[in-house]
Write a protein that binds this ligand. Structure first.
Ligand SMILES: [Mn+2]
Length: 330
């Protein structure tokens, strides 16, 4: 549905609900958290109780996101799942921001407890969240971009802080305005900057941790440009990465003359993750689907349990190898 239709539905849904819960995807990033905050501003207009559910260990939250959370927690109620279970009633509305897959929600086992569910997102719809109240725009750079429009439709003005958070969301999902950027994105950026958002502030949120960045660059060094258009970085068995670090490796590799980049490494004992990025000519979402993951043309990922790095590298190689090469090898 269009954003306008979604706004009308949201009007109705918030009005008929007793309380509203807002939830970002697991491993909340700038786009997800800023979208929740913007949505909270909209819900607040209706004078309904609302809560942002963030069920993550403080140490596991991305440092920049943690800064935002620490900053807003006095103004916006942020709760964990324990608290949600105490607060939950019959007539609750859940709004999922920057996510449309049930397994990416901390409340995935409690979805039956919500009277209604609404979704605003820019990721490909995989119908994981069963609801007809969905606004999914895969052409939008980010959910933050959609939220700025939705705030405007609701006549809600944001202060410079929240404008900065939304700009950080767009900055992240466009890999610093290098992909997925349309004139619309730039228009929204300009509107946020008019409200006081600044790239300096956003850059500070993006400051890298030295050790983590060294790890990222070490894996970048291992990248193998095994065809003319694809870069593939496979980590060794003894280093553990975060999903975000693998995403940074893939993002970084896109600066070279490649169409797509993949980074694979352990993110936990017995759990390997692959992060995939593309400039648009190769559909990495399609590639990741073949390894039970998902995503869109530009950005995708998967997790693989009980395997080895070598095996994952081989599988990925097989999928990526052009068919005429496969025939030669046979
Ligand atoms: Mn996003």
């Amino acid at each position: 549905m269009t954003l306008k239709e979604f706004k009308l539905d949201l009007d109705k849904l918030i009005n008929i609900s007793d309380q509203v819960f807002l939830v970002p995807h697991l491993g909340a990033d700038f786009d997800a958290i800023s979208s929740c905050i913007a949505m909270a501003l909209i819900v607040r207009k209706y004078k309904k109780p609302f809560y942002i559910i963030l069920d993550e260990e403080p140490t596991k939250i991305e440092p920049g996101v943690k800064k935002i959370v620490d900053d807003i927690c006095t103004k916006f109620p942020i709760i964990n799942m324990e608290k949600y279970k105490q607060l939950s009633k019959d007539n609750d509305l859940l709004i999922a921001c920057d996510v449309n897959r049930d397994y990416l929600l901390c409340c995935k086992d409690y979805l039956h407890g919500f009277k209604n569910i609404a979704v605003i997102d820019h990721h490909e719809d995989d119908n994981g969240l069963k609801t007809s109240y969905k606004c999914i725009d895969v052409n939008s750079s980010s959910t933050a971009e959609l939220m700025v429009d939705l705030l405007c439709m609701n006549n809600i003005k944001v202060d410079s802080k929240i404008a900065n958070y939304l700009l950080a969301g767009i900055y992240l999902d466009t890999n610093k305005f290098t992909k997925n950027v349309s004139f619309k994105t730039m228009d929204i950026n300009s509107r946020l900057m008019k409200k006081g958002a600044s790239i300096d502030f956003v850059n500070e949120l993006f400051e890298e941790d030295f050790l983590s960045d060294r790890k990222v660059q070490q894996l970048v060094n291992k990248a193998n440009f095994f065809t003319y258009t694809i870069a593939l970085a496979i980590s060794s068995d003894d280093v553990k990465y975060t999903k975000e670090e693998l995403a940074k490796v893939a993002d970084y590799l896109l600066k070279y003359k490649v169409d797509a980049a993949f980074a694979a490494g352990f993110i936990d004992n017995d759990l390997i993750s692959i992060s995939a990025r593309s400039k648009g000519r190769i559909d990495v979402g399609d590639v990741m689907k073949k390894l039970s993951g998902g995503g869109n043309v530009y950005s995708a990922a998967t997790k693989i349990g009980n395997s080895s790095i070598d095996k994952v590298g081989e599988d990925l190689n097989k999928i990526l190898m052009p068919d005429f090469c496969k025939n030669l090898i046979k």
